[in-house]
Design a protein. Sequence first.
Length: 509
Amino acid sequence: MFALFENPRLRGGIHAEEHKTETSALPIATDFPLPKKLYIPVQQHVGKPAEPLVMVGEKVLKGQLLAYSQGTISAPVHAPTSGTIVDVKDFPAPHPSALPIRTVVLESDGLEQWAELNVADDPFQLDPEEICLRVGAAGVVGLGGAVFPSAVKLSLGRKNKIHTLLINAGECEPYLTCDDRLMQERAAEVVAGIRLMLRGMDAPKALVGIEDNKPKAFAAMREASQAFSNIVVSQVPTRYPMGWDRQMLRYLTGQEIPADGRATDIGVVVHNVATAYAVYNAVCLGQPLISRVVTVSGAALAKPQNVEVPIGTLMSEVLVYCGLDKAKLARLVMGGPMMGDALPIAEVPVVKACNGILALSHADIEEPDVQPCIRCSSCVTACPVGLLPLEMASRIKVNQLDAAVDLGLKDCISCGSCSYVCPSNIPLVHYFKFASGELVKRQQAEHKAEQTKRLIEDRNNRMERMRLEAEAEAQRAAEARAARLAAQQQAKADGTDKTTQSVAAEETA
């Protein structure tokens, strides 16, 4: 515990059981059999979903555009192989809800025929705008889990004064080693991607942060980048959640991102290391993002390993490839065990955000009985944000959500460190996720109520305007009638006077 105070740049965190050796020493499996059908969701990114432009029965080539991006914050999707479009329908998403999402279904023809690729003669001489355009057209998104369109982040370098590109290669989640293996095996390509990102952002330097439990990846990246003085590869302590961008940025630079701000506010843009590799493929090879390396691990598997699979492959097929024992399977997780999503079914597609598929056994997920809090403050020490988890949880238990917000609930990153270290086995992070969900519901209800109130006010105002306009119209009509009546009476009076005058004239004569 006291080691935490030796480095002010390192706040909180835990040493979780890693479970990485099962896969970190094995090369990436690139011989995964091509699935007969691929299920490609049109939304695999933050922002608006892509719009399908293919029709059922249409023949497509590998890398061909299937759905185009809509607006700035969006990303296209492409065909992971050649074949025929057999459906465009709603299909379960890889999410705890398994709610259906618009999906293009592609039946493979087994030929792996590529579409014509747009390959640059010299990628490193391209204009920054052209690099961003190529990255965007390739459907590259953040592959660390955020899935924000990468071209948008790259363009920030031309709109803001960005002095540093931070490549996050921490991979702090237990089990996950896909980034580790990517750096060990394809370091030159990753470094080429980093160079292209620097050019696309017009930024002068890049920092690469790698946890010190990945010595081979560190050595490979050091060797691949030694010719480029503006790329600095550094080791960071192995401590979860070092992969959190604020934690890594603080450790490597000493800079703090403002509480309500972003990294760009202090001149930094953060990208995942796998994203750099995807940028290399997009710009140097002209290949869109149609496959990714996924860590497939867990006690329910006979052959845990890192596998490169086409986007749209059903997770059930990947699990079978890795020797799933259904009798041992207790929980299926996409991502890591700390911040990943538990999935109710395996018949969901691998998407761009999927860096891990965990088949956990009953022993892996055994949850001891919850005991009363002993006020040991272990959760406070572990929190990387510097919050008071026990105090927030106590407020949430009695439904004092606003008090929990005052204590920093909205700053919680749901990393689970507090729950992991709690000697009383209190599921603290579950409280925070529940409370955050309730706040969203309340915000939505307040927004709906405000909307309803505004509609009622608009209606009342409209009715009042109509009433006043009707009254004014009635007043104008009444005044017009009165004027006509007065005119008629005046005319009648004038006629009577003329008749009287005529009679008087006759009598005089």
